[in-house]
Each structure stands twice: as C-alpha cells, then as structure tokens.
Design a protein around this ligand. Sequence first.
Ligand SMILES: Nc1ncnc2c1ncn2[C@@H]1O[C@H](COP(=O)(O)OP(=O)(O)OP(=O)(O)O)[C@@H](O)[C@H]1O
Ligand SMILES: [Mg+2]
Length: 464
Amino acid sequence: MSMIRRVPWVIKYRPRRINDVVNQEEAKRKLLAWIKSWPNVKKKAALLWGPPGSGKTSLVEAIAKELKYELIEMNASDFRRASDIERIAITAARRTSIFGARSKIILLDEVDGLQGRADLGGLEAIVKLIEISRHPVIMTANDPWDPKLRPLRNIAEFIEFKKLRESDVVKVLKRICSAENLVCEEDALRFIAQRSEGDLRSAINDLEAIAEGVGKVSLNIAKTILRPRDREHNPFETLRAIFSSKYAWQAKLAASQSQLDYDQLIEWLNENVPYYITDYEELWRAYEALSRASVYRGRIIKSGNWDLLSYVMDLATAGVALSQKVPRYKWARLKFPEKIKRMAETKEVRELREEIAGLIARHIHTSRRLVKSDVLPFLRVIFENNPRYAAKIALGLNMTDKMIQYLAGSKYNEVSKYVKYFSEMTKKTVETKLIQKEPSKKTPKAKKKTKKEPESSLLSYMKK
Ligand SMILES: Nc1ncnc2c1ncn2[C@@H]1O[C@H](COP(=O)(O)OP(=O)(O)OP(=O)(O)O)[C@@H](O)[C@H]1O
Ligand SMILES: [Mg+2]
C-alpha cells in the first residue's frame, strides 16, 4: 500500500518560489508590480489568462508564499452562488481583525469554469466582491475572450501567460529527474515535452507514469507507454483498461487518458465492478477500495484540500484493478451507471424542488435543507387536500405554475382554479380601494363583489 501514500509529482514539485516558475517573465513582472501597488491601482482585480498548465495558479501560490500573503483560494465550484462570494468577502475582511495585519490575496481559480444559467449569479457576485474587497482579487482563466468574462474587462487587469516552450518543459522535467534520482534520457524528456504541447502539468504526469512503471525513462519506453494524445478514451475503453491492468501505473494511466472525470469514473466503477469481478473476495476488495475513495472524496469537499485527490484516484484505479489476484482480460457487458442516468432524468424536478425550497427558505428565514426535509412534505399534503388554502399559500409566496403543479400533483387543476379566483379578487379589491381614496366617486358594483370573499389576511400578507 505504500504507493497510496505518495503525493503526485505535480503537487510535490509545485513551484515554491517565484523564481521556480519558468518563463512567464512578463506576467511575473506585471503581476508583482500590480500587487505591490495595490490598492493604488487602476483596476482592483487581476485576471491571469493562458493555456492549461502554464503556471497561473502556481505563480499566485508562489507569490503568496514568498511575499508572505495569506492566500484565500477558491475554485469555480466553490463560488457558484452569490452567497458563497459574500461569505469569502466577509471572511477575508473579518480575518484581518483576528490575525492582525497580514495581507491577503483572494484567488478565484478558473473563473471560466462557471457555466450556464445556474452560475450567472456567480459572476455578478464576483464583480461585487471586487468592488467591496479590501484585498487584491486574482482570477485565472484559459480563454480571455469568453463572453462570460466580459463584465470583468473594465475592472480587472488582464495578464497573459504564454504557452510554455519545449525547452522550458524539458528544464522542469530535468529538475524533477535529478530530485528523484531518476535516469532520464534527454531524448525521452524532449519526446514527453513535445507531446505535452506546452502543458507542463500533463508532461509531469507523463514522466511520473513512466518512472513509476519502469523506474527508468528512455525514449523507447516513453514511446511505448505514452499513447498518442489525439484521442481520449471513452468510458468503456477506460473501464476495460482498468480491469485488465497488471500494475498500478497502468490503471492510473487509463484514468488519466479517459474522458471521464474522477466523479464519473467512480460511478462507472460502482456500477460495473460486479460484472467484471465475480470472485467474492475480490469483489469485496474492489468495493472496499471504492468506498475508501468515496470517503476521501467527501473529505475533499468538506475541507477543500485537493491534495487528497491523489488518494481518490489511486484507490479508484489501482485499488480496483489490484483487487483481482490475477488481472484477466475478460469480456463483460458494461453498463451505463444508473445513478448518472437517474440524475439526468430527474434534473428538472430536482431543480424545481430547489427553487421552491429557496423561495420558502427566504420567507421563513431558514435553510433550504430544512425546508426540504421539514416543510415540503407538509406542503404537499396541504396542496393535495386543501386546494383553497393551498392557493392562498401559492399566491402569498408568488409561486410559479410549475411549482404549484409539482406540489399539487393531480389536484393541480383545483388549486389553480382557486389561484385564479383569488388573484382576480385581490385585483378588484385593490382597485376598489384605489377608487375609494378618490373623493366622492361612486363604485357600488366593485364594493359589492369584495364582500363575497373577504381576504384581508391574504392581502396584508401580499403587501409585505
Ligand atoms: N511556468 C511553470 N513553472 C514551473 N512549473 C510549472 C509552470 N507551469 C506549470 N507548472 C507545473 O505544472 C503544474 C500545473 O501548473 P498550474 O496549476 O500553475 O497551471 P495553470 O496555468 O494554473 O493551469 P490551468 O489553466 O489548467 O489551471 C504545477 O503544479 C507545476 O508543477
Ligand atoms: Mg490553475
């Protein structure tokens, strides 16, 4: 199990000092000048853009370490919602008073990872954070022309990171070879660098895969182990490769060449392990590895410590592959994971549920989670059994048709009849009141109608 303890090289050899970041001299100069004169700068934020694995995140981390800034680091998945961003801003502001004068940098990593409608609020919140922040905000992205990032143009300094040259990549690989006491042929390193197309992260990963598997890096071995990068493996190919791996590195390589990310990979494995492995003891070991992977996955989410990801990957790949005493090439019909299928099928309903929960949570000042567990079930009972009362609630909370449909189920027609009735009533009552305020205009008709359903409580609720 010793391999499971190891830290991947991309993390182990992350630049610790600004000088360790190769190339990118212009970006370094610009960013350093900007940060040192903060807050006396034209633009309060900086956006570092450039190809993957070129040192954006690394440079910010190195600057923080060397200049002794406290780094508050967040990834796109952490700032989906406006409330998250507010929390960061508040935490950052607050911490000053507790820990004294130590300056901070807020790093919002991979802002172009914000996607689609659900994240719209995220970008607005970033803009707001930049406006109110008392600390420099640095963002990273790959594509500066992404229309999503347009709102940032006027408030962020755009700093370009160049694609690394082959010689830069070779330089770093050599450094690692000597630190690891590895015999590395120069040709092999050049081959790896060429293949990485300037992405140092992938070059380091390739070097590690070869070194771990063979212990020596020669051009021949590099060519055999590293398949052309032109095609990513589909889930079926990935799973077959993992189940037939003899060595840990083969299984890990299969995962790194896959279209699947690690979450999806775990789902695929969860679903398919029993089709592939039939021996009970082996099956037990495979699921043991997967469940441990999932424990680490949970810890990453709780703690934000992404260094644990290497354990997740090792357990899910090598852990599963080596649960078999003898890895066999065996044909099995692999299945698409039920969970992913179900999640896709129920996406709309889950979103609607979230919306309703959010709506109610805002009104009664509690969490969505509490609403989902303690309020929604009762609301459903009300909507299914007392359409008249349900309609009042729906109107009071300004629910959409879809929300009513979700809560009322087969009683939807009845509830919506009442909704129409009450909202017309309300309109008329308001009109009457308006007319009443004007002196001496007779409106006997309207007055009569309001008597039919006195809705003072509903009206007062809606006025809030
Ligand atoms: N210029 C560089 N100098 C030294 N090491 C680098 C450099 N660029 C990348 N690396 C190495 O590659 C790894 C990934 O780099 P980093 O996370 O900084 O890339 P990035 O530009 O932020 O990429 P992405 O856009 O994918 O987030 C680092 O851990 C580091 O080991
Ligand atoms: Mg990065």
